[in-house]
Design a protein around this ligand. Structure first.
Ligand SMILES: [Zn+2]
Length: 249
Protein backbone atom coordinates (compact mmCIF):
# COMPACT_ATOMS: atom_id res chain seq x y z
CA UNK A 1 0.00 0.00 0.00
CA UNK A 2 1.18 3.51 -0.76
CA UNK A 3 2.82 5.14 2.24
CA UNK A 4 0.49 8.15 2.28
CA UNK A 5 -2.56 5.93 2.05
CA UNK A 6 -1.26 3.92 4.98
CA UNK A 7 -1.06 7.15 6.94
CA UNK A 8 -4.66 8.02 5.99
CA UNK A 9 -5.84 4.59 7.07
CA UNK A 10 -4.07 5.01 10.39
CA UNK A 11 -5.52 8.50 10.80
CA UNK A 12 -9.00 7.21 10.11
CA UNK A 13 -8.52 4.48 12.68
CA UNK A 14 -7.58 7.00 15.34
CA UNK A 15 -10.38 9.36 14.33
CA UNK A 16 -12.92 6.55 14.50
CA UNK A 17 -11.78 5.70 18.01
CA UNK A 18 -11.94 9.38 18.99
CA UNK A 19 -15.48 9.68 17.62
CA UNK A 20 -16.56 6.55 19.45
CA UNK A 21 -15.11 7.79 22.72
CA UNK A 22 -16.70 11.22 22.33
CA UNK A 23 -20.03 9.50 21.76
CA UNK A 24 -19.52 7.54 24.96
CA UNK A 25 -18.89 10.80 26.80
CA UNK A 26 -22.16 12.17 25.48
CA UNK A 27 -24.07 9.08 26.47
CA UNK A 28 -23.20 9.25 30.17
CA UNK A 29 -25.53 12.14 31.10
CA UNK A 30 -28.33 10.49 29.14
CA UNK A 31 -27.85 7.32 31.13
CA UNK A 32 -28.09 9.32 34.34
CA UNK A 33 -31.27 10.95 33.10
CA UNK A 34 -32.75 7.55 32.44
CA UNK A 35 -32.37 6.77 36.13
CA UNK A 36 -33.28 10.22 37.37
CA UNK A 37 -36.66 10.15 35.63
CA UNK A 38 -38.14 7.22 37.55
CA UNK A 39 -36.54 8.44 40.78
CA UNK A 40 -38.16 11.86 40.59
CA UNK A 41 -41.45 10.15 39.72
CA UNK A 42 -41.11 8.01 42.87
CA UNK A 43 -40.32 11.10 44.90
CA UNK A 44 -43.34 12.93 43.53
CA UNK A 45 -45.61 9.98 44.34
CA UNK A 46 -44.08 9.83 47.81
CA UNK A 47 -44.73 13.54 48.42
CA UNK A 48 -48.34 13.16 47.26
CA UNK A 49 -48.91 10.29 49.70
CA UNK A 50 -47.21 12.19 52.49
CA UNK A 51 -49.41 15.23 51.88
CA UNK A 52 -52.44 12.96 51.99
CA UNK A 53 -51.22 11.63 55.35
CA UNK A 54 -50.72 15.12 56.69
CA UNK A 55 -54.19 16.17 55.58
CA UNK A 56 -55.75 13.18 57.36
CA UNK A 57 -53.65 13.88 60.44
CA UNK A 58 -54.94 17.45 60.48
CA UNK A 59 -58.53 16.34 60.08
CA UNK A 60 -58.06 13.79 62.85
CA UNK A 61 -56.77 16.47 65.24
CA UNK A 62 -59.80 18.58 64.39
CA UNK A 63 -62.14 15.68 65.20
CA UNK A 64 -60.32 15.01 68.47
CA UNK A 65 -60.87 18.64 69.39
CA UNK A 66 -64.56 18.24 68.60
CA UNK A 67 -64.71 15.18 70.87
CA UNK A 68 -63.28 17.27 73.70
CA UNK A 69 -65.87 19.97 73.09
CA UNK A 70 -68.64 17.38 73.13
CA UNK A 71 -67.26 16.00 76.40
CA UNK A 72 -67.37 19.50 77.86
CA UNK A 73 -70.95 19.92 76.79
CA UNK A 74 -71.95 16.58 78.32
CA UNK A 75 -70.07 17.44 81.51
CA UNK A 76 -71.86 20.77 81.78
CA UNK A 77 -75.30 19.27 81.15
CA UNK A 78 -74.70 16.57 83.76
CA UNK A 79 -73.51 19.04 86.39
CA UNK A 80 -76.40 21.47 85.89
CA UNK A 81 -78.95 19.35 87.74
CA UNK A 82 -80.07 22.14 90.04
CA UNK A 83 -82.00 23.87 87.26
CA UNK A 84 -84.12 20.74 86.62
CA UNK A 85 -87.47 21.18 88.29
CA UNK A 86 -89.74 18.52 86.83
CA UNK A 87 -89.52 14.92 85.68
CA UNK A 88 -90.36 16.11 82.17
CA UNK A 89 -87.41 18.43 82.27
CA UNK A 90 -85.25 15.56 83.53
CA UNK A 91 -86.33 13.29 80.62
CA UNK A 92 -85.61 16.09 78.17
CA UNK A 93 -82.14 16.55 79.63
CA UNK A 94 -81.43 12.81 79.34
CA UNK A 95 -82.49 12.87 75.70
CA UNK A 96 -80.27 15.85 75.05
CA UNK A 97 -77.31 14.06 76.62
CA UNK A 98 -78.04 10.89 74.60
CA UNK A 99 -78.07 12.88 71.38
CA UNK A 100 -74.73 14.47 72.18
CA UNK A 101 -73.28 11.09 73.09
CA UNK A 102 -74.40 9.69 69.76
CA UNK A 103 -72.57 12.54 68.11
CA UNK A 104 -69.53 11.70 70.19
CA UNK A 105 -69.58 8.08 69.13
CA UNK A 106 -69.93 9.13 65.49
CA UNK A 107 -66.86 11.35 65.89
CA UNK A 108 -64.94 8.49 67.46
CA UNK A 109 -65.85 6.20 64.57
CA UNK A 110 -64.54 8.78 62.17
CA UNK A 111 -61.31 9.07 64.14
CA UNK A 112 -60.91 5.30 64.18
CA UNK A 113 -61.43 5.15 60.43
CA UNK A 114 -58.80 7.86 59.92
CA UNK A 115 -56.35 5.99 62.15
CA UNK A 116 -56.77 2.87 60.04
CA UNK A 117 -56.23 4.93 56.92
CA UNK A 118 -53.09 6.46 58.42
CA UNK A 119 -51.79 3.02 59.38
CA UNK A 120 -52.17 1.79 55.85
CA UNK A 121 -50.64 4.90 54.30
CA UNK A 122 -47.67 4.98 56.66
CA UNK A 123 -46.81 1.39 55.73
CA UNK A 124 -46.75 2.40 52.08
CA UNK A 125 -44.76 5.52 52.92
CA UNK A 126 -42.09 3.55 54.76
CA UNK A 127 -41.80 1.18 51.82
CA UNK A 128 -41.52 4.08 49.38
CA UNK A 129 -38.94 5.77 51.59
CA UNK A 130 -36.66 2.75 51.57
CA UNK A 131 -37.20 2.22 47.87
CA UNK A 132 -36.29 5.85 47.13
CA UNK A 133 -33.24 5.49 49.36
CA UNK A 134 -32.12 2.45 47.39
CA UNK A 135 -32.73 4.20 44.09
CA UNK A 136 -30.71 7.20 45.25
CA UNK A 137 -27.83 4.97 46.32
CA UNK A 138 -27.93 3.20 42.98
CA UNK A 139 -27.92 6.53 41.17
CA UNK A 140 -24.98 7.74 43.23
CA UNK A 141 -22.92 4.66 42.48
CA UNK A 142 -23.83 4.92 38.81
CA UNK A 143 -22.80 8.57 38.86
CA UNK A 144 -19.47 7.61 40.43
CA UNK A 145 -18.98 4.86 37.88
CA UNK A 146 -19.74 7.24 35.02
CA UNK A 147 -17.47 9.93 36.47
CA UNK A 148 -14.61 7.45 36.65
CA UNK A 149 -15.35 6.30 33.12
CA UNK A 150 -15.46 9.91 31.91
CA UNK A 151 -12.08 10.65 33.53
CA UNK A 152 -10.61 7.58 31.87
CA UNK A 153 -12.05 8.45 28.47
CA UNK A 154 -10.83 12.02 28.73
CA UNK A 155 -7.35 10.76 29.50
CA UNK A 156 -7.52 8.36 26.56
CA UNK A 157 -8.76 11.15 24.32
CA UNK A 158 -5.84 13.38 25.30
CA UNK A 159 -3.43 10.58 24.38
CA UNK A 160 -5.24 9.89 21.11
CA UNK A 161 -5.10 13.57 20.26
CA UNK A 162 -1.32 13.54 20.66
CA UNK A 163 -1.01 10.43 18.52
CA UNK A 164 -3.26 12.00 15.93
CA UNK A 165 -1.25 15.20 15.80
CA UNK A 166 1.99 13.27 15.32
CA UNK A 167 0.40 11.27 12.53
CA UNK A 168 -1.21 14.29 10.86
CA UNK A 169 2.17 16.03 10.73
CA UNK A 170 3.46 13.25 8.46
CA UNK A 171 0.66 13.76 5.93
CA UNK A 172 1.11 16.41 3.23
CA UNK A 173 -1.10 19.41 4.00
CA UNK A 174 -3.12 19.24 0.78
CA UNK A 175 -3.94 15.57 1.30
CA UNK A 176 -4.76 16.17 4.94
CA UNK A 177 -7.16 18.94 3.97
CA UNK A 178 -8.86 16.64 1.47
CA UNK A 179 -9.14 14.03 4.18
CA UNK A 180 -10.74 16.54 6.54
CA UNK A 181 -13.09 17.77 3.85
CA UNK A 182 -14.39 14.25 3.21
CA UNK A 183 -14.40 13.57 6.95
CA UNK A 184 -16.78 16.42 7.59
CA UNK A 185 -19.03 15.64 4.64
CA UNK A 186 -19.33 11.95 5.40
CA UNK A 187 -19.97 11.95 9.15
CA UNK A 188 -16.49 10.99 10.22
CA UNK A 189 -15.70 8.20 7.81
CA UNK A 190 -13.15 9.37 5.29
CA UNK A 191 -11.15 6.26 4.46
CA UNK A 192 -12.81 2.95 3.69
CA UNK A 193 -11.90 -0.40 2.34
CA UNK A 194 -12.91 -1.48 -1.13
CA UNK A 195 -13.97 -5.12 -1.35
CA UNK A 196 -15.29 -6.99 -4.37
CA UNK A 197 -15.51 -3.82 -6.44
CA UNK A 198 -17.61 -2.16 -3.79
CA UNK A 199 -16.96 0.84 -1.56
CA UNK A 200 -17.56 -0.07 2.08
CA UNK A 201 -18.49 3.56 2.81
CA UNK A 202 -21.51 3.93 0.55
CA UNK A 203 -21.77 0.28 -0.62
CA UNK A 204 -21.98 1.34 -4.26
CA UNK A 205 -20.09 -0.46 -7.01
CA UNK A 206 -16.74 0.86 -8.06
CA UNK A 207 -15.92 0.70 -11.78
CA UNK A 208 -13.49 -2.21 -12.32
CA UNK A 209 -10.83 0.08 -13.70
CA UNK A 210 -10.81 2.25 -10.60
CA UNK A 211 -10.91 -0.85 -8.42
CA UNK A 212 -7.71 -2.02 -10.06
CA UNK A 213 -6.15 1.41 -9.86
CA UNK A 214 -6.60 1.51 -6.09
CA UNK A 215 -3.71 -0.89 -6.01
CA UNK A 216 -1.73 0.07 -9.06
CA UNK A 217 -2.02 3.81 -9.43
CA UNK A 218 0.37 6.20 -7.74
CA UNK A 219 -2.58 8.38 -6.98
CA UNK A 220 -4.80 7.84 -3.99
CA UNK A 221 -8.23 6.93 -5.30
CA UNK A 222 -11.56 8.24 -4.04
CA UNK A 223 -14.96 6.61 -4.39
CA UNK A 224 -16.75 8.14 -7.42
CA UNK A 225 -20.02 8.03 -5.46
CA UNK A 226 -19.22 9.23 -1.93
CA UNK A 227 -15.73 10.65 -2.34
CA UNK A 228 -14.21 8.56 0.40
CA UNK A 229 -10.60 7.46 0.10
CA UNK A 230 -10.35 3.84 -0.88
CA UNK A 231 -7.82 1.22 0.03
CA UNK A 232 -7.49 -2.51 -0.51
CA UNK A 233 -6.00 -4.79 2.03
CA UNK A 234 -2.70 -6.44 1.12
CA UNK A 235 -3.14 -10.17 0.69
CA UNK A 236 -1.62 -11.94 3.63
CA UNK A 237 1.17 -14.35 2.73
CA UNK A 238 -0.27 -17.69 1.66
CA UNK A 239 -3.84 -16.48 2.12
CA UNK A 240 -6.29 -15.11 -0.38
CA UNK A 241 -7.09 -11.44 -0.35
CA UNK A 242 -9.64 -10.08 2.11
CA UNK A 243 -9.93 -13.25 4.17
CA UNK A 244 -11.02 -12.21 7.61
CA UNK A 245 -11.22 -8.61 6.50
CA UNK A 246 -11.53 -6.03 9.20
CA UNK A 247 -13.64 -3.00 8.46
CA UNK A 248 -12.15 0.24 9.69
CA UNK A 249 -14.47 2.44 11.67
ZN1 LIG B 1 -18.30 5.23 -1.64
Amino acid sequence: MKEELKLLVALQEIDSIILRKRLELKKAPEEIKRYQGPLSESEKAYRREKEKCEAIEKKKKQKELEVREVDDRIEKLKSRVSDIKTNKEYQARLKEIEAIERERSRLEDEILYMMEELDELSGGLKEAESRIGDEKKRLQSLQKELDDKRDLIEKELAELKEQREALARKIPAALYNRYMDVFQKSSGLSVVEAVDERCLGCYMSIPPQIYVEIKTSDEIMQCPQCGRFLYRKEAAAGKSEDSGSKNSG
